[in-house]
Design a protein around this ligand. Structure first.
Ligand SMILES: [Zn+2]
Length: 247
Protein backbone atom coordinates (compact mmCIF):
# COMPACT_ATOMS: atom_id res chain seq x y z
CA UNK A 1 0.00 0.00 0.00
CA UNK A 2 1.17 3.51 -0.85
CA UNK A 3 0.58 6.85 0.88
CA UNK A 4 2.42 10.16 0.77
CA UNK A 5 4.61 10.73 3.87
CA UNK A 6 2.42 13.65 5.03
CA UNK A 7 -0.64 11.38 4.79
CA UNK A 8 1.16 8.76 6.89
CA UNK A 9 1.87 11.48 9.46
CA UNK A 10 -1.80 12.47 9.36
CA UNK A 11 -2.60 8.86 10.25
CA UNK A 12 -0.58 9.33 13.44
CA UNK A 13 -2.80 12.34 14.24
CA UNK A 14 -5.90 10.22 13.59
CA UNK A 15 -4.45 7.66 15.99
CA UNK A 16 -3.82 10.30 18.68
CA UNK A 17 -7.38 11.62 18.37
CA UNK A 18 -8.82 8.10 18.43
CA UNK A 19 -6.94 7.42 21.67
CA UNK A 20 -8.33 10.65 23.11
CA UNK A 21 -11.87 9.56 22.10
CA UNK A 22 -11.19 6.15 23.72
CA UNK A 23 -10.01 7.86 26.91
CA UNK A 24 -13.13 10.07 27.04
CA UNK A 25 -15.42 7.06 26.48
CA UNK A 26 -13.60 5.03 29.11
CA UNK A 27 -13.96 7.89 31.58
CA UNK A 28 -17.67 8.03 30.79
CA UNK A 29 -18.15 4.31 31.36
CA UNK A 30 -16.28 4.44 34.68
CA UNK A 31 -17.58 7.79 35.89
CA UNK A 32 -17.56 7.92 39.73
CA UNK A 33 -20.42 10.45 39.59
CA UNK A 34 -22.57 7.91 37.71
CA UNK A 35 -21.64 5.15 40.16
CA UNK A 36 -22.72 7.42 43.01
CA UNK A 37 -26.13 8.00 41.35
CA UNK A 38 -26.62 4.24 40.91
CA UNK A 39 -25.63 3.65 44.53
CA UNK A 40 -28.10 6.26 45.81
CA UNK A 41 -30.87 4.94 43.55
CA UNK A 42 -30.32 1.44 44.97
CA UNK A 43 -30.43 2.77 48.54
CA UNK A 44 -33.58 4.72 47.75
CA UNK A 45 -35.28 1.65 46.28
CA UNK A 46 -34.44 -0.40 49.38
CA UNK A 47 -35.67 2.41 51.62
CA UNK A 48 -38.92 2.69 49.66
CA UNK A 49 -39.48 -1.04 50.19
CA UNK A 50 -38.89 -0.58 53.93
CA UNK A 51 -41.38 2.32 53.99
CA UNK A 52 -43.99 0.17 52.26
CA UNK A 53 -43.47 -2.55 54.90
CA UNK A 54 -43.59 0.05 57.70
CA UNK A 55 -46.87 1.45 56.32
CA UNK A 56 -48.36 -2.03 56.25
CA UNK A 57 -47.30 -2.53 59.87
CA UNK A 58 -48.87 0.80 60.93
CA UNK A 59 -52.06 -0.05 59.04
CA UNK A 60 -52.29 -3.51 60.65
CA UNK A 61 -51.78 -2.07 64.12
CA UNK A 62 -54.44 0.59 63.50
CA UNK A 63 -56.90 -2.19 62.67
CA UNK A 64 -55.82 -4.08 65.81
CA UNK A 65 -56.22 -0.91 67.87
CA UNK A 66 -59.77 -0.30 66.60
CA UNK A 67 -60.64 -3.89 67.43
CA UNK A 68 -59.14 -3.60 70.94
CA UNK A 69 -61.05 -0.33 71.51
CA UNK A 70 -64.29 -2.01 70.42
CA UNK A 71 -63.62 -4.98 72.73
CA UNK A 72 -63.12 -2.65 75.71
CA UNK A 73 -66.26 -0.67 74.80
CA UNK A 74 -68.32 -3.82 74.63
CA UNK A 75 -67.24 -4.90 78.13
CA UNK A 76 -67.79 -1.37 79.49
CA UNK A 77 -71.32 -1.25 78.03
CA UNK A 78 -72.12 -4.65 79.46
CA UNK A 79 -70.83 -3.62 82.91
CA UNK A 80 -72.76 -0.34 82.74
CA UNK A 81 -75.94 -2.24 81.92
CA UNK A 82 -75.39 -4.63 84.85
CA UNK A 83 -74.60 -1.71 87.13
CA UNK A 84 -77.81 0.07 86.05
CA UNK A 85 -79.79 -3.05 86.76
CA UNK A 86 -78.18 -3.26 90.19
CA UNK A 87 -78.72 0.45 90.93
CA UNK A 88 -82.37 0.35 89.83
CA UNK A 89 -83.10 -2.02 92.72
CA UNK A 90 -85.48 -4.08 90.57
CA UNK A 91 -83.57 -7.32 91.09
CA UNK A 92 -84.62 -8.74 94.43
CA UNK A 93 -83.77 -12.38 94.05
CA UNK A 94 -80.64 -13.04 96.17
CA UNK A 95 -79.17 -15.60 93.77
CA UNK A 96 -79.72 -13.24 90.83
CA UNK A 97 -78.07 -10.42 92.75
CA UNK A 98 -75.06 -12.56 93.55
CA UNK A 99 -74.78 -13.62 89.91
CA UNK A 100 -74.96 -10.00 88.83
CA UNK A 101 -72.23 -9.01 91.27
CA UNK A 102 -70.04 -11.90 90.13
CA UNK A 103 -70.56 -10.90 86.55
CA UNK A 104 -69.61 -7.29 87.36
CA UNK A 105 -66.40 -8.48 89.04
CA UNK A 106 -65.57 -10.74 86.15
CA UNK A 107 -66.33 -7.93 83.65
CA UNK A 108 -64.01 -5.60 85.61
CA UNK A 109 -61.19 -8.16 85.37
CA UNK A 110 -61.90 -8.66 81.69
CA UNK A 111 -61.88 -4.91 81.14
CA UNK A 112 -58.48 -4.63 82.85
CA UNK A 113 -57.07 -7.39 80.68
CA UNK A 114 -58.46 -5.81 77.51
CA UNK A 115 -57.19 -2.37 78.51
CA UNK A 116 -53.70 -3.88 78.94
CA UNK A 117 -53.96 -5.33 75.44
CA UNK A 118 -55.20 -1.96 74.17
CA UNK A 119 -52.26 -0.18 75.81
CA UNK A 120 -49.75 -2.64 74.43
CA UNK A 121 -51.12 -2.20 70.91
CA UNK A 122 -51.05 1.57 71.33
CA UNK A 123 -47.37 1.41 72.28
CA UNK A 124 -46.56 -0.83 69.34
CA UNK A 125 -48.47 1.51 67.04
CA UNK A 126 -46.50 4.48 68.39
CA UNK A 127 -43.22 2.64 67.79
CA UNK A 128 -44.26 1.61 64.29
CA UNK A 129 -45.39 5.14 63.43
CA UNK A 130 -42.13 6.61 64.75
CA UNK A 131 -40.17 4.09 62.72
CA UNK A 132 -42.17 4.86 59.56
CA UNK A 133 -41.79 8.62 60.04
CA UNK A 134 -38.04 8.33 60.52
CA UNK A 135 -37.77 6.25 57.33
CA UNK A 136 -39.78 8.87 55.44
CA UNK A 137 -37.43 11.58 56.74
CA UNK A 138 -34.46 9.47 55.66
CA UNK A 139 -36.07 9.14 52.23
CA UNK A 140 -36.35 12.91 51.88
CA UNK A 141 -32.64 13.31 52.76
CA UNK A 142 -31.68 10.62 50.29
CA UNK A 143 -33.80 12.19 47.54
CA UNK A 144 -32.08 15.53 48.10
CA UNK A 145 -28.69 13.81 47.99
CA UNK A 146 -29.68 12.02 44.79
CA UNK A 147 -30.74 15.27 43.13
CA UNK A 148 -27.28 16.75 43.85
CA UNK A 149 -25.56 13.58 42.61
CA UNK A 150 -27.61 13.58 39.38
CA UNK A 151 -26.62 17.19 38.78
CA UNK A 152 -22.93 16.38 39.32
CA UNK A 153 -23.16 13.36 37.00
CA UNK A 154 -24.92 15.31 34.26
CA UNK A 155 -22.32 18.05 34.51
CA UNK A 156 -19.50 15.51 34.19
CA UNK A 157 -21.27 13.86 31.25
CA UNK A 158 -21.73 17.20 29.50
CA UNK A 159 -18.01 17.97 29.90
CA UNK A 160 -17.08 14.56 28.48
CA UNK A 161 -19.55 14.97 25.61
CA UNK A 162 -17.95 18.29 24.71
CA UNK A 163 -14.46 16.74 24.86
CA UNK A 164 -15.60 13.84 22.71
CA UNK A 165 -17.12 16.18 20.15
CA UNK A 166 -13.89 18.18 19.84
CA UNK A 167 -11.79 15.01 19.55
CA UNK A 168 -14.12 13.59 16.90
CA UNK A 169 -14.05 16.81 14.86
CA UNK A 170 -10.22 16.82 15.09
CA UNK A 171 -10.14 13.18 14.09
CA UNK A 172 -12.32 13.84 11.05
CA UNK A 173 -10.13 16.77 10.03
CA UNK A 174 -6.97 14.62 10.30
CA UNK A 175 -8.58 11.70 8.47
CA UNK A 176 -9.90 13.86 5.62
CA UNK A 177 -6.83 13.37 3.41
CA UNK A 178 -6.25 9.69 4.21
CA UNK A 179 -7.33 7.22 1.51
CA UNK A 180 -10.27 5.02 2.41
CA UNK A 181 -8.36 1.74 2.02
CA UNK A 182 -5.51 2.89 4.29
CA UNK A 183 -8.02 4.13 6.85
CA UNK A 184 -9.89 0.82 6.69
CA UNK A 185 -6.65 -1.09 7.26
CA UNK A 186 -5.79 1.21 10.16
CA UNK A 187 -9.25 0.72 11.72
CA UNK A 188 -8.97 -3.04 11.42
CA UNK A 189 -5.48 -3.10 12.94
CA UNK A 190 -6.62 -0.76 15.69
CA UNK A 191 -9.55 -3.02 16.53
CA UNK A 192 -7.26 -6.06 16.69
CA UNK A 193 -4.42 -4.41 18.60
CA UNK A 194 -5.79 -2.77 21.71
CA UNK A 195 -6.74 0.52 20.08
CA UNK A 196 -3.46 1.19 18.29
CA UNK A 197 -3.39 0.64 14.52
CA UNK A 198 -0.61 3.04 13.54
CA UNK A 199 2.58 3.72 15.44
CA UNK A 200 5.56 5.93 15.09
CA UNK A 201 9.01 4.52 14.42
CA UNK A 202 10.90 6.35 17.13
CA UNK A 203 14.68 5.95 17.54
CA UNK A 204 14.61 2.53 16.01
CA UNK A 205 11.72 1.34 18.14
CA UNK A 206 8.10 0.63 17.21
CA UNK A 207 5.95 2.78 19.52
CA UNK A 208 3.09 0.32 19.09
CA UNK A 209 4.71 -2.79 20.59
CA UNK A 210 7.73 -0.92 22.06
CA UNK A 211 10.11 -3.43 20.54
CA UNK A 212 13.46 -2.38 19.12
CA UNK A 213 13.71 -3.14 15.42
CA UNK A 214 16.54 -5.38 14.26
CA UNK A 215 19.34 -3.85 12.17
CA UNK A 216 18.07 -5.91 9.27
CA UNK A 217 14.58 -4.38 9.55
CA UNK A 218 16.05 -0.90 9.96
CA UNK A 219 18.12 -1.48 6.84
CA UNK A 220 15.04 -2.56 4.92
CA UNK A 221 13.12 0.53 6.08
CA UNK A 222 15.99 2.80 5.01
CA UNK A 223 15.73 1.37 1.51
CA UNK A 224 11.95 1.56 1.32
CA UNK A 225 10.35 4.30 -0.75
CA UNK A 226 9.00 7.21 1.37
CA UNK A 227 5.43 6.55 0.18
CA UNK A 228 5.57 2.85 1.03
CA UNK A 229 3.22 2.05 3.93
CA UNK A 230 5.36 -0.01 6.30
CA UNK A 231 4.29 -2.54 8.91
CA UNK A 232 6.03 -3.50 12.12
CA UNK A 233 7.43 -7.02 11.79
CA UNK A 234 6.57 -7.74 15.44
CA UNK A 235 3.06 -6.36 15.92
CA UNK A 236 1.98 -5.83 12.29
CA UNK A 237 0.83 -2.30 13.01
CA UNK A 238 1.35 0.45 10.43
CA UNK A 239 4.79 1.89 11.14
CA UNK A 240 5.19 5.58 10.31
CA UNK A 241 8.54 7.19 9.74
CA UNK A 242 9.17 10.62 11.25
CA UNK A 243 12.21 12.88 11.61
CA UNK A 244 12.91 11.11 14.90
CA UNK A 245 12.85 7.57 13.58
CA UNK A 246 16.61 7.22 13.90
CA UNK A 247 17.14 6.14 10.32
ZN1 LIG B 1 5.37 -3.01 16.62
Amino acid sequence: MKAEPHIQLALLDVQAHDLEIDRVRHRRSTLPEAARVTELETSLRKLTDRITAANVEVGDLEVEQRKADADVDLVRQRAAKDQQLLDAGTVNDAKQLTNLQHELESLARRQNELEDVELEIMERLEDATRNRDSLVAEQADLQAELAIAVEARDEALATLAAQEQVAMADRDASAAGVAADLLAMYDRLRADNGGIGAAQLHRGRCEGCRIELTPVDIGRIREAAPDEVLRCEECRRILVRTAESGL
